[in-house]
Design a protein around this ligand. Structure first.
Ligand code: NZQ
Ligand code: ZN
Length: 386
């Protein structure tokens, strides 16, 4: 295994009713709380009222309307609120978008300039407000990692900001909050979890046996439980297993001993930066195409291992097993109701070259990924998704 450091300081409170810890936990930081949430799902579900009641002794300020693929304009509003009200702690209630916006707000509050500066140059990030999370959609793993992805509509950039000071201090993960998720979000979230695992599983380094087995377990959990969650939205067992899969999927546990640049995320972030599509939907489209493109003599053994260990494929020939595993992956995403072509989400070839250049410029896919991709390769992958 490659050497690694594994230090994840987030306090996870998992299970029904765990939200009751909020007053005590937030009280450790102070009374002034910035509540960050999205377009209103927490009001419809009743979670907003629960939080108001629990935190009635706090000074609660609100930043609502965080959009999926959160925008720097919302972050700027949040930073202004933190300064105006001397915020002590940020409470993000929602999914990756609310948590990611909160992370950028948290460090922006201690930075004199524009918070976008911190996205493009993380060395400017020095300090951050504490962040607590109440998770309502399982997908990104942002509840237990130190990354955030922020979009700048003016420049069509969707970039990652990361740093040890951005780990949430606390994340409440109550699977019952997932019961109200629309089927499309359940499906997209599952594709995102699985993609995180693929990104870490398909890496140049081959000697992290235990990490690979963890990866396969998370994939099998998603494959087993996502159809159940779609058929029975309030199935606690399915929701809880998916929720923990999302957290484990991207809290760095599946990367230890390995490492390297991610491929499908680099390509997908351009799709959602230019066309504002749902992240998990973009991944469901790009991932099988990427798998087919990079399948070659060098990579076939690992794809065959994936096919056999995750899908139970018994085909003895590596290339044939690998191809079957990729086909099963694509069929699985389709079975969840996810689109499999870019046309289905309104994307044509017009911006392929521009997006491919950006995908390579803003990531390590040309030099540090499982299969190095140049802009012309990315264009070909996009074309195969049409
Ligand atoms: O805005 P509201 O009304 O709350 O509705 C949301 C939103 O429309 C809805 N939703 C969430 N919980 C719900 C619910 N609807 C009903 N019931 C509930 N319980 O779902 C929609 C999507 O929410 P969002 O937070 O955008 O989803 P997700 O968690 O998938 O986050 C996506 C963002 O995270 C980034 C993505 O690129 C994207 O911008 N990522 C962040 C990562 C990280 N920080 O580590 C890694 C990922 O790879 C990813 O890039
Ligand atoms: Zn993702």
């Amino acid at each position: 295994m490659n050497s690694f450091r594994f230090c994840v300081p987030t306090d996870i409170r998992f299970g029904e009713g765990q939200i009751s810890c909020l007053p005590e936990e937030l009280g450790k930081y102070g009374k002034n709380v910035l509540l960050v949430y999205g377009g209103g799902s927490i009001k419809r579900s009743g979670l907003y009222d629960t939080i108001q009641e629990l935190l009635k002794d706090f000074n609660l300020f609100e930043l609502s309307g965080i959009e999926p693929n959160p925008k720097i304009t919302s972050v700027r509003k949040g930073v202004a609120l933190c300064r105006e009200h001397s915020i002590d702690v940020i409470l993000a209630v929602g999914g990756g978008s609310c948590i990611d916006a909160s992370k950028n707000i948290a460090c922006g509050a201690y930075y004199d300039g524009d918070p976008w500066d911190l996205v493009i140059d993380r060395s400017k990030m020095t300090k951050a407000l504490p962040i607590a999370v109440v998770l309502t959609i399982c997908a990104t793993g942002s509840e237990m990692n130190c990354g955030a992805v922020i979009s700048n509509e003016e420049t069509h950039e969707k970039l990652e900001i990361a740093g040890d000071i951005l780990y949430p201090a606390l994340s409440v993960c109550d699977p019952t909050y997932l019961y109200t998720l629309p089927a499309r979000q359940t499906a997209a979230g599952t594709a995102d979890i699985m993609s995180h695992v693929f990104e870490q599983y398909f890496q140049p380094y081959d000697g992290a046996y235990l990490t690979d087995r963890f990866c396969e377990s998370v994939l099998k959990t998603c494959i087993h439980y996502a159809p159940i969650a779609l058929a029975e939205p309030d199935n606690y067992e399915a929701r809880s297993n998916l929720m923990w899969s999302s957290t484990i999927g991207l809290n760095h546990l599946l990367t230890v001993g390995k490492g390297g640049a991610w491929s499908c995320h680099a390509m997908e972030h351009e799709l959602s930066a230019y066309y504002d599509i749902t992240h998990g939907v973009g991944l469901a489209i790009v991932t099988p195409a990427w798998m087919r493109y990079v399948l070659c003599d060098r990579t076939e053994a690992r794809f065959a291992m994936y096919a056999r260990n995750v899908w139970g494929i018994t085909e003895p020939d590596d290339r044939a097993a690998a191809e079957q595993g990729i086909a099963r992956t694509e069929e699985f995403f389709q079975s969840l109701g996810l689109p499999s072509t870019l046309r289905e989400v309104g994307i044509g070839p017009e911006k392929f070259e521009e997006m491919a250049a950006e995908a390579v410029r803003t990531s390590g896919i040309a030099t540090r990924s499982y299969y190095h991709l140049q802009p012309e390769d990315v264009v070909k992958i996009y074309e195969s998704c049409l």
